[in-house]
Each structure stands twice: as structure tokens, then as C-alpha cells.
Design a binder for this molecule. Structure first.
Ligand SMILES: *[C@@H]1O[C@H](CO)[C@@H](O)[C@H](O)[C@H]1NC(C)=O
Ligand SMILES: *[C@@H]1O[C@H](CO)[C@@H](O)[C@H](O)[C@H]1NC(C)=O
Ligand SMILES: *[C@@H]1O[C@H](CO)[C@@H](O)[C@H](O)[C@H]1NC(C)=O
Length: 370
């Protein structure tokens, strides 16, 4: 033992360095890159996973000009989400890009922020973001931050778990109902739209990436390790330091579809209110959208990106020449029942411009904006 230490100590510094460069390098992912907080001019959006990939530099750190294949590779290599799981979502992200820029974005998503366009991909009752038009906006034209992580909203999701170390499908369904009820309660009159099919697909991703692979029934019945989920959302960083690594096997679209339908089918033990009718039980297929009335142009949120606590605790800031920038305020949350209408699920159905316009027109018409 003594001899071993002596040998190590005798190693030239240059030789010793490679062993300390990357503490997270593992058989699971040979290209781990450290988290770096987003700077004020970086683009971030409502999706915690895409923000996280950008914060690690697995996607361009500025959150702009993201190539389709780069996104597929980043998800597969670093978080174990296969291309089949996100092909439709990526196609819709490009459609949304075309819709907003009035140009053909080709295979390049211009930035992450454009995903925050409300009632298109972005939806109400998120686990961790506020809704675009909450009750407390001053006028119906006004809007709030629906893009940045909001710790108090995320806490309302965690509260449902009552300190459980793990979350199963049933608990996740309960979290989802809680978020729907709070969001419906806090919405600007007319704004709220139930989007459970979309959200359950997103919940499926959470099970796919943060499922605890150390548990015996991981494959047949994954459970989310809550501290991993919490670390990930709160920091928009991957929880390597908590023992997480890219999960195996990778998750394909069948996993996502199965997880989201099992989630919605999971029996709940209490029913928060107010809920829209049909909130409990499997998602129903979208009905044909009503004829479009008028179109409305929504503005995107413009606030600077959210920066999580590890950036300040560990000095992992974005160096933009001014040292660490300060943590900025974040986002907010959102009643009108929408009987018989189900927004399209952009993870599973391809949107047309007219679908986006019609979905947006529904809420706006209810609010008397158009
Ligand atoms: C912010 O980013 C945009 C897009 O990359 C760029 O055009 C602009 O010059 C940047 N602004 C600053 C202050 O860096
Ligand atoms: C993202 O792209 C949209 C559409 O071109 C644009 O309106 C918005 O300002 C951009 N935001 C950022 C932060 O780059
Ligand atoms: C987060 O959401 C809460 C509740 O909706 C809201 O009161 C608060 O202002 C939001 N926080 C930030 C920083 O926007």
C-alpha cells in the first residue's frame, strides 16, 4: 500500500491529469461535459430536457441553430432517448419554427425559446412552469413567463409525493391532476386548456430518463428517483453527482407510449378540484378543430434564461466577460372548461399551421381577444 502511494506520488503531473479531468466519465457515456449556466443572451425554452442538454453543451450552448440530427444524437447518447421517441416532436418543432419565422427552417430549429409559443407545443398545467395567462395578469392581452423553471410551481408537484423517495405511475398521475387543478384555479378567465395527452408523454420521458435503474423491477415497472428528478429540473443539469448515468436500455417510442398510457390509466386516490370533466382516465383522441375564426399573434416571453442553484453554489457560471451573472426571477401559472375538445399531441401527431392557429384562436375567442 505504502509503495503504491509512493508510486502515484512520483507520477509526473502531466500523466496524472487525465484521471482528474472528468470524474463522470463512465462506460455509459464517454463524452460527458460539465454543466455551464446559460448567459443572459442564450436562448432557453419551456422544455427542461432541451435546456439541460444545452447547459451541458450537448446542444449548442446558446440554444440556437439546433440541427435535427444533433438533437437526436444528444438525446440518444447522453440521456438514452432514442430517435423514434422524438421524431414527431422534432418535426413539430420545425413546423413551429416555420410558423413563427415565416421562413423554411429546413432541418434547423432556430432557437429553444420559440417552443414557448402558447397552445402550440407549450401547454398549461406544466409540472414546473407557469401558464402563459395566469389570473393575476393586468389585462387579457398581458402574459406571464411560461418558459423558465419556477421553483414554487415545481414544489406543488413535489408536494403531492409527500417525501417519497420514488414516484410510480400512480403518483405521477396524481401529480398531474394536482397541477391541472391548480392551473385551472389560477388561470385568467377563458385561458385554460387541458392538455393531458401532451403532459403524459412528457411524464413518460421523466420515467425514461430518471427511472431508478438500481431497483429490481426497473424494466417492467420503472419508478422515478425523486431526488434525481428534483436535481435535474431545479438545476437544468443532469444529476451525475447523485449517481445517475445515462440509462440502459435506451427508450424508444414504444416505451413512451406505454408509459404515458399506463400513467393515465393508473388509479388515483384523491381528486383535487377544480378539474375539467374527463381529467381522470385515458386520453381520448382529438376531435376535429372548429373552423378558424381569426388568428392571433402571441408574443414569446423574453426574460433571460433561468439559472439553477448549482451555478452559484459551485461557481459554474457562464463566463460572458462579466463574471457570474445574477440569478433572474422566473416564471408563473393559469378556467373555462373545454368540453369535447382535446389539443393535439405534438409528440404523437403532426401539426399543421392551421392546427396551431385554431388551437390558439379557441382560447383567445373565449377571452374575447378576437
Ligand atoms: C445575442 O445573440 C444574438 C444571436 O446570436 C446576437 O445577434 C446578438 O449580437 C447577441 N447580443 C449580445 C449582446 O451578445
Ligand atoms: C427565437 O426565435 C423566434 C422566432 O424567430 C424569435 O421571435 C425570438 O426572438 C427568438 N428568441 C431568442 C431568445 O433567440
Ligand atoms: C412562480 O409561480 C408563482 C405561483 O404561480 C408566482 O406567484 C411567482 O411569481 C412565480 N415566480 C416567479 C419568479 O416568476
Amino acid at each position: 500500500m505504502v509503495r503504491f502511494i509512493a508510486t502515484l506520488a512520483a507520477l509526473p503531473a502531466a500523466l496524472a491529469i487525465p484521471f482528474t479531468i472528468n470524474p463522470y466519465n463512465s462506460i455509459w457515456d464517454h463524452n460527458v461535459r460539465p454543466y455551464k449556466a446559460p448567459g443572459p443572451n442564450d436562448s432557453r425554452g419551456p422544455c427542461p430536457m432541451l435546456n439541460t442538454l444545452a447547459n451541458h453543451g450537448y446542444l449548442p450552448h446558446d440554444g440556437r441553430n439546433i440541427e435535427r440530427q444533433v438533437l437526436f444524437d444528444a438525446l440518444s447518447e447522453h440521456v438514452g432517448i432514442e430517435q423514434s421517441s422524438v421524431e414527431t416532436a422534432m418535426a413539430n418543432a420545425i413546423i413551429l419554427c416555420n410558423f413563427q419565422t415565416g421562413q423554411d427552417c429546413g432541418t434547423t430549429l432556430k432557437n429553444l425559446t420559440l417552443l414557448a409559443l402558447p397552445h402550440a407545443f407549450e401547454h398549461d398545467h406544466s409540472f414546473s412552469r407557469g401558464d402563459y395567462k395566469p389570473a393575476w395578469i393586468a389585462s387579457p392581452e398581458d402574459f406571464d413567463d411560461n418558459k423558465n423553471f419556477n421553483a414554487s410551481i415545481f414544489q406543488t408537484s413535489l408536494d403531492v409525493l409527500e417525501g417519497s423517495s420514488h414516484m410510480n405511475y400512480q403518483q405521477m398521475n396524481q401529480v398531474r391532476l394536482q397541477r391541472e387543478a391548480l392551473s385551472k384555479q389560477d388561470t385568467y378567465p377563458g385561458w385554460f386548456e387541458e392538455s393531458k395527452a401532451i403532459q403524459e408523454f412528457e411524464a413518460g420521458f421523466i420515467f425514461g430518463v430518471m427511472g431508478d435503474f438500481n431497483l429490481p423491477n426497473y424494466i417492467s415497472n420503472p419508478q422515478v428517483k425523486v431526488e434525481w428528478w428534483k436535481y435535474w429540473f431545479t438545476n437544468e443539469a443532469l444529476p451525475y453527482e447523485l449517481g445517475w448515468h445515462r440509462p440502459e436500455p435506451k427508450k424508444d417510442v414504444n416505451f413512451l407510449l406505454s408509459a404515458s398510457s399506463r400513467l393515465l390509466a393508473a388509479r388515483v386516490t384523491s381528486t383535487p378540484s377544480p378539474l375539467v370533466s374527463g381529467a381522470i382516465g385515458p386520453a381520448v383522441a382529438p376531435v376535429t378543430l372548429p373552423a378558424q375564426v381569426n388568428t392571433i399573434t402571441y408574443q414569446l416571453p423574453t426574460g433571460t434564461p433561468y439559472v439553477g442553484p448549482i451555478a452559484t453554489e459551485k461557481g459554474l457560471g457562464h463566463n460572458n466577460g462579466n463574471g457570474l451573472f445574477k440569478r433572474e426571477p422566473e416564471a408563473q401559472a393559469t378556467p373555462a372548461p373545454s368540453a369535447g375538445f382535446v389539443p393535439m399531441n405534438p409528440y404523437a401527431q403532426t401539426l399543421a399551421f392551421s392546427d396551431i392557429a385554431k388551437q390558439q384562436a379557441r382560447a383567445s375567442a373565449r377571452m374575447g381577444l378576437i
